[in-house]
Design a binder for this molecule. Structure first.
Ligand code: AVJ
Ligand code: FE
Length: 442
């Protein structure tokens, strides 16, 4: 009886979190002027309209039959918005705006789903003790919530690429004065770090976060701060984009074919550099972290004679205290706005030294928030990995040696995904994420 009551309370709390996440995604879509909802700001991704349907289709496909025993009234949309339209020939997608249903139909589909899910999730009739393919209802609800919140971040940086006239400007707090950044490296002695999440913890995690394991990490030194736009400008001035020796063969080919000569967030204006914020263009902010692809980050690292950290090194520098490792770099307190730039407080980065209260036990700053950090580690399963049976491709589809682990988080990362085991990943040539890096020497 008691167990059932607390489960019901837990479900209500998760349902509330789902409603809050929906408000976030609704607010974000409202930033795009309606005339531009069929645009595709990033060539590799879908048109914006897809995601309006996708967020709801995902929740529906996960829950309607498996948990709620409901029939779908629109299986065609369920499929369309689960995956979108496959690019023909494996290249970039080439679907046209008119290939997609009218916005009113998409919105109608979305609101029907919300109504139905909310009615049934709020009912007391759910059997809380039941498991679904071995997973509790809580797990499925967390999957729905975090899936949506991950898309809120990927949509934010997708909308970042939309021309400013196509967006309704929101207030950007850009002014944050900090002391000049004094870069240095911090020695991390050899020792242990704990990577991954134990299945027994009861903490929600995605399939790729399990199982927990201990790694022993040789001595290395790591940048105290993320690499800044100022430092990256030095790389550009030194001819970084024109020197093949700094690039792997594949990365050089990509850079040359795409004619890339600076971070995608920068814009050359005569002899001046501008920075493209979410809603404006401002002078390049030299103390902000640079956001670049893995390829550009690796080239910079090679130029300095350093390297990108491995996932294990990153974990060791963030929380690897040996015993009783903290939940976050700063300790066990829940994330709050003094600890770093995350959880949607601002649209843009801050200087890299803005959050001394977020530093790790070794004194490394800004490890959570203000931009993900690329690692040198290809995305691969931890020992003991098992794909979620209700979403088999979530991670496994990307264990292909072409995706690299990113750790940390950005201004648009929800606090719930700052847990130490969370892993993000993108391809080496993906320039659009809020993702920078720091370097190591060994
Ligand atoms: C974990 C951010 C790489 O956006 O491709 C959303 C998350 N997967 N829907 C992505 C995701 C399916 C994923 N990342
Ligand atoms: Fe998705």
């Amino acid at each position: 009886m008691l167990a059932t009551q607390s489960n019901t309370v837990g479900r209500r709390r998760l349902h509330d979190r789902l409603l809050t996440a929906r408000r976030r995604s609704d607010e974000l879509f409202a930033v795009v002027r309606p005339a531009f909802l069929y645009e595709r700001p990033i060539p590799e991704r879908h048109r914006i309209v897809f995601y309006i349907g996708h967020l709801e289709a995902f929740d529906w496909n996960l829950l309607h039959e498996r948990v709620l025993g409901l029939q779908s009234s629109d299986p065609e949309f369920d499929r369309l918005f689960a995956f979108g339209i496959d690019p023909v020939g494996g290249g970039l997608p080439c679907d046209q705006p008119h290939d997609w249903p009218a916005i009113d139909r998409v919105r109608g589909y979305a609101s029907e789903i919300r109504k139905s899910l909310d009615t049934h999730l709020a009912e007391g009739a759910l059997d809380e003790s039941q498991d679904y393919q071995g997973f509790a209802l809580d797990t499925l609800l967390n999957v729905a919530i975090e899936h949506r919140l991950m898309h809120v971040e990927t949509l934010a940086y997708m909308f970042h690429q939309l021309p400013v006239e196509q967006k309704i400007a929101q207030k950007e707090s850009l002014e944050m004065a900090t002391a000049p950044v004094a870069h240095r490296m911090i020695d991390i002695p050899p020792g242990e770090a704990t990577v991954g999440l134990p299945r027994s913890s009861g903490i929600f995690g995605w399939d790729n976060e399990f199982e927990e394991h201990s790694v022993s990490v040789p001595a290395f030194a790591i940048d105290q701060f993320k690499v800044t736009n100022r430092q990256f400008l030095d790389f550009i001035s030194a001819g970084g984009y024109e020197t093949p020796a700094f690039w792997s063969e594949q990365d050089w080919k990509w850079k040359s074919a795409q004619d890339i000569s600076h971070p995608v967030f920068w814009k050359r204006y005569g002899k001046q550099w501008l920075y493209r914020t979410m809603f404006s263009e401002i002078p390049l902010q030299l103390d902000w972290p640079v956001y670049v692809s893995h390829a550009e980050a690796s080239a910079y690292a090679r130029w300095t004679g350093k390297a990108l950290p491995s996932e294990n090194e990153w974990q060791r520098a963030a929380c690897g205290t040996g015993a009783d490792e903290p939940a976050y770099p700063w300790g066990n307190d829940h994330p709050n706005s003094q600890r770093g730039n995350f959880d949607f407080v601002r649209w843009n980065p801050t200087p890299v030294n803005a959050f001394p209260e977020g530093q790790s036990p070794f004194g490394v700053h800004d490890m959570l928030g203000n931009g993900w950090e690329w690692t040198s580690t290809p995305f691969a399963p931890h020992p003991g990995f098992r794909a979620f049976p209700f979403y088999p491709g979530y991670s496994a589809d990307f264990f292909d040696g072409k995706h690299f682990v990113m750790k940390g988080g950005s201004g648009q990362t929800s606090a719930c995904m700052l847990r130490r085991s969370f892993r993000n990943w993108f391809q080496a040539h993906y320039q659009y994420a809020y993702s920078g890096f720091r370097c190591v020497t060994r």
